[in-house]
Ligand binder design. Structure first.
Ligand SMILES: Cc1cc2nc3c(=O)[nH]c(=O)nc-3n(C[C@H](O)[C@H](O)[C@H](O)COP(=O)(O)OP(=O)(O)OC[C@H]3O[C@@H](n4cnc5c(N)ncnc54)[C@H](O)[C@@H]3O)c2cc1C
Ligand code: FES
Length: 377
């Protein structure tokens, strides 16, 4: 039997309950965290990467910046990539994706800035409870949202809100590499109080080839104290780039932020016939439109719950039925939501592929039922 990476990932993450987690979380230096993990369970170190929190900073009211020291298996990242972070809350592991914000040239260090969402379970937990000495689960870095080599001579970075993190990593990495092309970094946010990296951006912007621009959404400059940097106002407009990045038509452009921002930027470059130069990352997926031809019933067998198939993803249908399956990214990249389909067919909304085999792992966040489906949920 062939075991797919999908099935391997499913097998590895089957057990969410971590009985020894509080013990691990209580362990601190002076030894490398690997040593403690080996004492508790020699398999832990080889099964997964772990990272110890070595610094916690609250740079804005809503965000927390964590400096992590990963275990020896950590092999670094490329600027723009993301990692999956496993956090144990009340004995249950939850997985979310975060993009390192530090320079990719720094060995053995990872800096994550997590913005707490109003209803966010993991992000609020980290903002309120993350402490030095705690240990988090970590995946290897992944993702194709990275700068090409050789580096382009003109680079434009655009971000909105929490999308600042991969851009910070890119601009810091370029500076550490002594990049001598031109980089313009435009960050859109509510105002200067909302920028977790104001001081670092001011330092970076002092270089002749690094141009920092703040795009404030409000009518005013807020407290007017944002150090350095040019300002533009209102939502993204091509005129902003004409004003602050005259070389943007020759640039490779990287954008990370809310869908409205990435769409506006893509539309602008599309009109210029330059969409192929735009590289996009979004932290939250747009929910796919419900399948208008949906029929049949979804049976969540382990929970004893049945619902009429309404054409949404199985994850959404489970949540609408009052269930709480595990999830992470909600866009098909982390496998946290994978469960066994016992019978029936599902369609992968990303690839259009139909899976009609019984007893197959399916990703609930990107699968819709095709007729009657029974799941081990
Ligand atoms: C590749 C990738 C990289 C990411 N990098 C970062 C990062 O560097 N920093 C960071 O803060 N976050 C990042 N995220 C988002 C992060 O993974 C979580 O989605 C976020 O922390 C919210 O998780 P939660 O458990 O607090 O919210 P949940 O409890 O999962 O959701 C609570 C509510 O918040 C909404 N929500 C969840 N996520 C978002 C979102 N991203 N935008 C708007 N609304 C949302 C949900 O719809 C829901 O209504 C990244 C996501 C991806 C896919
Ligand atoms: S929640 Fe990440 S793959 Fe489904």
């Amino acid at each position: 039997m062939t075991v797919t990476p999908h099935e391997t990932a499913f097998a590895l993450r089957r057990s969410r309950r971590i009985p020894g987690a509080s013990l691990l979380a209580a362990m601190t230096t002076p030894h490398h965290v690997d040593r403690y993990l080996e004492l508790v369970d020699p398999l832990l170190r080889v099964r997964d990467i772990r990272a110890e929190i070595v610094r916690v900073e609250h740079r804005t009211a809503s965000a927390v910046t964590l400096t992590l020291r990963p275990t020896r298996r950590w092999s670094g990242f490329e600027a723009g990539q993301f990692v999956q972070v496993g956090v144990v809350i009340d004995g249950v592991r939850h997985t979310r994706c975060y993009s390192p914000a530090n320079s990719a040239t720094e060995p053995g260090v990872l800096e994550l800035t997590v913005k707490a969402h109003v209803d966010g379970f993991v992000s609020r937990h980290l903002r309120d409870n993350a402490a030095v000495g705690q240990v988090l689960d970590l995946s290897a870095a992944d993702g194709v949202f990275v700068l090409p080599r050789p580096r382009p001579r003109e680079i434009v970075l655009l971000s909105g809100g929490s999308g600042i993190t991969p851009m910070m990593s890119m601009v810091r990495t370029l500076v550490d590499e002594n990049y001598d092309g031109n980089v313009t970094f435009v960050h859109y946010c509510a105002g200067s109080d909302d920028i977790p990296y104001r001081r670092e951006l001011a330092e970076l912007g002092a270089r002749a080839n690094v141009h920092i621009v703040y795009g404030y959404q409000g009518d005013t400059d807020q407290d007017g104290s944002a150090p350095g940097g040019t300002r533009v106002h209102g939502r993204f407009d091509g005129a902003h780039l004409d004003a602050v990045a005259p070389g943007h038509r020759e640039a490779e452009t990287y954008i990370c932020g809310p869908h409205a921002l990435t769409e506006a930027v893509r539309a602008y470059y599309r009109e210029l016939g330059l969409e192929h130069r735009v590289h996009t990352e979004e932290f939250a997926a747009q929910a796919p439109a419900a399948d208008p031809d949906a029929d049949g019933q979804v049976c969540f067998a382990r929970s004893g719950v049945r619902a009429d198939n309404n054409g949404n993803t199985i994850l959404e249908q489970a949540e609408a039925a009052g269930l709480s399956p595990e999830f992470g990214c909600r866009m098909g990249i982390c496998f946290s939501c994978t469960a066994t389909k016992k019978t029936g067919s599902t369609r992968n909304v990303r690839t259009g592929e139909i899976d009609a085999e019984p007893d197959r792992p399916v990703q609930l966040c990107i699968s819709v039922p095709v007729g009657d489906v029974e799941l081990d949920v």
